[in-house]
Structures are given as structure tokens and as C-alpha cells.
Design a protein around this ligand. Structure first.
Ligand SMILES: [Mn+2]
Length: 270
């Protein structure tokens, strides 16, 4: 497994669930110094820093790009893959496609979280699931062809009404043609929705492609009440080899949050 830290390059979203808020060079240097082996980036679009800068910084600091988030498509541009307006859905697909290409340049998958949207009075659940499925088919294949995969994230009930539970996400993926999509196990969302997080990970083992490592209150692991030990054991038992990525608040401050996360990682995974 790879301990991974999150860096937001979008200062207007301050207060969101990312640990570091530095510029790219500082964020990458700090991530390596804290002892992480990967970094997950949240950007406002398909680039970070000057041309060539990200590749150089990752190499210099011996760090992998763990994943790129696509949420800016929704929170900044107002796009989702299930908007009732077909032109907005198309723009959403185009944006995610660009993010896939951006991540793939550095060997990293893109994450579809809030970009999945929700059903509502103007678009019923059945329609939304058809649009989401079509988008995942196309974008999953695009990811595969780019040498990576796509990550779909079930969210808790307050953030989407499409898929909240990990097992429902697994079933949805099983019904798709593409094999280019895996699931994100976000321990914060799962602590709201699952009966037993560890068991859900074991049951859905083949689909686990990324982990968001956060406590019950979205603070760094150790600052909430989620019982991490059985979850860590489940991830070890299923031989999960991907990122364990701190999508957590920078509480009480970014450096302490990063240190708390890497300490928790070593406590539970070694
Ligand atoms: Mn997440």
C-alpha cells in the first residue's frame, strides 16, 4: 500500500477536505518529507504548475502521483455527468476526459466523486443511472487506453442519492461492459453508510481501487471514532496495493494533520 497525502491547488475551496494548501513545489516537497510515497492532487482543471514542472517535482522528490480529483468540474464549473441538460452532461464528460489525460501523463487515475451528481425532480434515478453508466463506459475505456483506470466514488447520502453503499457500487460496476472502472473506499462516507466497513471491503475486494483515509468526522485518522484496526486488516487481507490517501481536513493545522496521518498509517499498516 502507498501512503498518500492530498494537496489542493484551489485556495477558494479552503475548508474542504484536503490536508495541504501550498503551491505545487512546496506541497510535493512537504509530502515527501513527511514520508508519504504518493500525492493526490485537487486542481481547477487538467494541469498543475508550469509545463513539465509536475513531472520534474515528482521525480526529484521520488513521489508518485496517486490520483487526480475531478470535483472542480462541479464546484467551479457547475457540471455533472447526470445533469438533465445534455450539453452540460457532455461538457462534464469532456472535463473528466481531460482530467483522465492529465492524470495518465503521470500514471495516475482520475476520481469521479461529486461529478456524478444526483437525481431530482427533472431527472429521475433511472435516467441518471443510465447517463452515469454510459459515462463510466466511455471514460473507463478511455482510462484503460491511457494505461490507467478510472475511480468511481460512492458518496454518503448527504452528497448524492445515486450510490451510497460500497456494495451497491460494486453491483453497478458488475453490470457495465468496461473493466476500466474501480471503486473508491472513502472511510468517511463508509462510516455513515456501511453496516461493517471491513466486511464491505472484503465483499467488494476486486473493485477496491483507491482508499480515502479519514476518520468518522473527516479529520485525520486518529482524531475521530472510526475503528481503523479491522479496516486496515481487511485491506491487508485482500492484498490491496493502492493508495491510502488522506482526504481529510487540515485539522488542527496542515502539518499536524499530515504527521497524524502518516503516524496512523504506520500504526495500522505495519
Ligand atoms: Mn473521498
Amino acid at each position: 500500500m502507498k501512503p498518500c497525502l492530498t494537496l489542493s491547488l484551489v485556495p477558494s475551496l479552503r475548508g474542504g477536505p484536503w490536508v495541504l494548501w501550498d503551491d505545487l513545489a512546496t506541497g510535493i516537497r512537504k509530502t515527501a518529507e513527511f514520508g508519504f510515497s504518493a500525492i493526490e492532487l485537487f486542481t481547477d482543471g487538467p494541469s498543475a504548475g508550469d509545463p513539465g514542472e509536475l513531472k520534474r517535482l515528482l521525480q526529484e522528490n521520488n513521489l508518485q502521483l496517486g490520483a487526480v480529483g475531478t470535483g472542480a468540474g462541479k464546484v467551479i464549473k457547475g457540471l455533472t455527468l447526470t445533469d438533465p441538460d445534455p450539453s452540460i452532461r457532455q461538457d462534464a464528460r469532456t472535463f473528466v476526459g481531460e482530467m483522465i489525460e492529465f492524470g495518465a501523463e503521470h500514471g495516475a487515475p482520475a476520481i469521479i466523486g461529486s461529478m456524478q451528481g444526483s437525481s431530482n425532480e427533472t431527472a429521475n434515478r433511472e435516467e441518471c443511472l443510465k447517463w452515469l453508466g454510459d459515462a463510466l463506459e466511455e471514460l473507463g475505456e478511455k482510462s484503460k487506453n491511457a494505461g490507467t483506470f478510472l475511480i468511481y466514488e460512492p458518496l454518503n447520502r448527504y452528497e448524492t442519492n445515486l450510490f451510497n453503499r460500497f456494495g451497491d457500487g460494486c453491483e453497478f460496476l458488475d453490470g457495465l461492459q468496461t473493466t476500466g472502472v474501480s471503486l473508491l473506499a472513502d472511510l468517511f462516507h463508509m462510516n455513515i453508510e456501511e453496516q461493517n466497513i471491513a466486511q464491505s471491503l472484503v465483499d467488494g475486494a476486486k473493485h477496491v481501487g483507491h482508499v480515502h483515509f479519514a476518520d468518522s468526522n473527516r479529520r485525520p485518522v486518529g482524531y475521530g471514532h472510526t475503528e481503523i484496526e479491522p479496516i486496515a486488516r481487511a485491506l491487508t487481507d485482500i492484498e490491496y496495493e493502492g493508495c491510502v490517501s488522506a482526504e481529510a481536513f487540515d485539522w488542527p493545522d496542515p502539518d499536524t494533520a499530515a504527521r497524524q496521518t502518516i503516524d496512523s498509517y504506520h500504526k495500522y499498516f505495519s
